[in-house]
Design a protein around this ligand. Structure first.
Ligand code: CP3
Length: 377
C-alpha cells in the first residue's frame, strides 16, 4: 500500500495500525522489500509519469466475449472460479486480446462468503443467491471471521499461474469485495435495489452489524494478503453498493473498517478504492485509504479530482452503456475524459462500472487502442 510519492518513505510511515504477525514478517519477503511495480499501470497509480494513459476495464473477461460464453456453456460459473487453470486462462486471454495495461484476476467478490459459512450459488438469469443469510443478531455466531483465507487457496493458485504466464508489462490486479458490499449480500441473500434489509439490519442492530463488518474486514485482510504473497501487483476493493449510504452513515458504519482494511494490507502493491454512486462520499473514501479512487460515470472526472486533491490517483470514468455504440459517440466522450485528465500523471482509464454482456467486443478493443494512441507521449 503506497500513499506517498516516495515508496520508501511511505513504507516507513504506513501508519500505526499495521499488525503483521511475526510469522508473516519472516515468511513474506514483501514485508522487508515491498515489490514496487514499474509498469505504466503501477506508475500511474502512484501518480508518476507513465508514457501513456494506462487502461483496463472492469469485467474485461466475461459474457460479452464469445470465447467466454463458449467456455461457460460447458462449465458452471463457480466451477470456473474454483479451477485455477481455467480462471488463469480466462484472465490472461482477455488482457492479451484487449492489450490492456492490467489484467484482473478472474474470480468473484462473493467467493469469500463460502468459507465464512454462507451457502452461495449463482442462479442462471437471477445472479447470486445466499440461502442462509444473516437476518438476526444471533446469526452472527455462525459467521466465521478467522482462518477463512486458507480455504481460498484455489484463488492464490490462479494468481501464481497468471503471474507466471502474463506478459511482464501487464500488471495483475487482485481484488476483494469491500465489507459493506459483502454485508449487503450476506444480509439480503442476493442482489437488491435499495439494500433495505441490509440497511434496516444496520439501524436496528448496530452492534451486530459492526461485528459482521469486523469479521468481513479481518477475513478480507487475510485473503488479500495471501493474494499479495502469491504475486498480485495491485489490489482493488469493490465497494459497489456503498453509494446507497448517506455520508453520515458511511462515516459511522463503514469508514473505520475500510481504514483497518487498507492499513492491514502488506506493503508493495498499489491499492484502488472503487465504488459507484459515490459522488457524496469521495473525500471520505479517500480518507479511508487507497492510492487510487474509482469514479463512476455520473460526475465529471476533473471536478472529482479537484475535490480529492493531489494525494490520490483516479480511475474511470466512461459510462459502460456507451460501449454499446456508436463508435463516434464513444470516441467523443473518451476524448472528453482524457481532456479532463489533461495528461496529469495519475489517471487510469476505465469504465465507471463493468462491461455489459450485450457490448460488441470490437468496441471494447477499439477503445483500448484509442486511449493508448491518443495519449502516447
Ligand atoms: O473481468 C473481471 O472484471 C474479473 C472478474 C469479476 C467478476 N465479478 C466475474 C463475474 C469481478 C472483479 C467481479 C466482482 C463482482 N462480483 C462485483 C463487484 C463489481 C461490480 O460489478 O460491482 C459484484 C457486485 C459481484 C457479484 C456478482 N457476480 C453479481 C451481482 C453477478 C451477477 C450479475 C452478472 O453480472 O451476471 C456475478 C456473476 C459474475 N461475476 C459474472 C462474471 C463474469 C457473470 C457470471 C456468468 O458467467 O454467468
Amino acid at each position: 500500500m503506497l500513499s506517498e510519492q516516495d515508496p520508501d518513505e511511505s513504507f516507513a510511515s504506513s501508519g500505526p495500525l499495521i499488525t503483521w504477525t511475526e510469522t508473516e514478517r519472516k515468511t513474506n519477503p514483501n514485508v522487508n522489500t515491498p515489490k514496487v511495480g514499474t509498469n505504466a499501470f503501477s506508475l500511474a497509480c502512484r501518480r508518476q509519469p507513465a508514457g501513456h494513459t494506462p487502461v483496463w476495464l472492469m469485467r474485461q473477461a466475461g459474457r460479452y466475449q464469445p470465447e467466454y460464453r463458449e467456455l461457460r456453456s460447458k462449465v458452471g460459473f463457480l466451477e470456473l472460479c474454483h479451477s485455477p487453470e481455467l480462471a488463469a486462462q480466462v484472465t490472461i486471454d482477455a488482457a492479451n486480446w484487449l492489450d490492456t495495461d492490467a489484467a484482473i484476476l478472474f474470480a468473484d467478490i462473493l467467493l469469500i462468503l463460502e468459507p465464512m459459512g454462507f451457502d452461495l450459488a449463482f442462479v442462471k438469469g437471477d445472479g447470486p443467491a445466499i440461502y442462509n443469510p444473516v437476518r438476526a443478531a444471533e446469526d452472527l455466531d455462525r459467521v466465521r471471521g478467522e482462518g477463512v483465507a486458507d480455504a481460498l487457496s484455489y484463488v492464490y493458485e490462479a494468481v501464481r499461474l497468471i503471474r507466471r504466464d502474463l506478459p511482464a508489462h501487464r500488471d495483475l490486479i487482485g481484488f476483494a469485495g469491500a465489507p459493506f458490499t459483502l454485508a449487503c449480500y450476506a444480509i439480503e441473500g442476493g442482489g437488491s435495489r435499495h439494500y433495505d434489509k441490509a440497511k434496516a439490519f444496520m439501524y436496528r442492530n448496530p452492534e451486530a452489524f459492526d461485528a459482521l463488518m469486523g469479521k468481513l474486514t479481518s477475513a478480507t485482510v487475510e485473503y488479500l494478503n495471501a493474494q499479495i504473497r502469491a504475486g498480485a501487483d495491485a489490489i482493488q476493493l469493490f465497494d459497489s453498493w456503498v453509494g446507497n449510504l448517506s455520508l453520515r452513515d458511511y462515516r459511522r458504519f463503514v469508514q473505520p473498517h475500510m481504514k483497518t482494511l487498507f492499513e492491514g494490507l502488506l506493503p508493495g502493491p498499489v491499492t484502488i478504492h472503487f465504488g459507484t454512486d459515490t459522488g457524496h462520499l469521495l473525500e471520505a473514501q479517500r480518507d479511508a485509504g487507497g492510492d487510487v479512487i474509482g469514479l463512476d460515470w455520473r460526475a465529471d472526472l476533473d471536478q472529482c479530482w479537484a475535490r480529492l486533491g493531489d494525494s490520490v490517483a483516479v480511475q474511470g470514468n466512461l459510462d459502460p452503456v456507451l460501449l454499446l455504440g456508436p463508435w463516434d459517440e464513444i470516441e467523443r466522450q473518451t476524448r472528453i475524459i482524457l481532456d479532463q485528465a489533461a495528461g496529469r500523471p495519475g489517471h487510469i482509464f476505465n469504465l465507471g462500472h463493468g462491461i455489459l454482456p450485450s457490448t460488441p467486443p470490437d468496441n471494447v478493443r477499439r477503445l483500448v487502442d484509442f486511449v493508448h494512441e491518443a495519449t502516447r507521449s
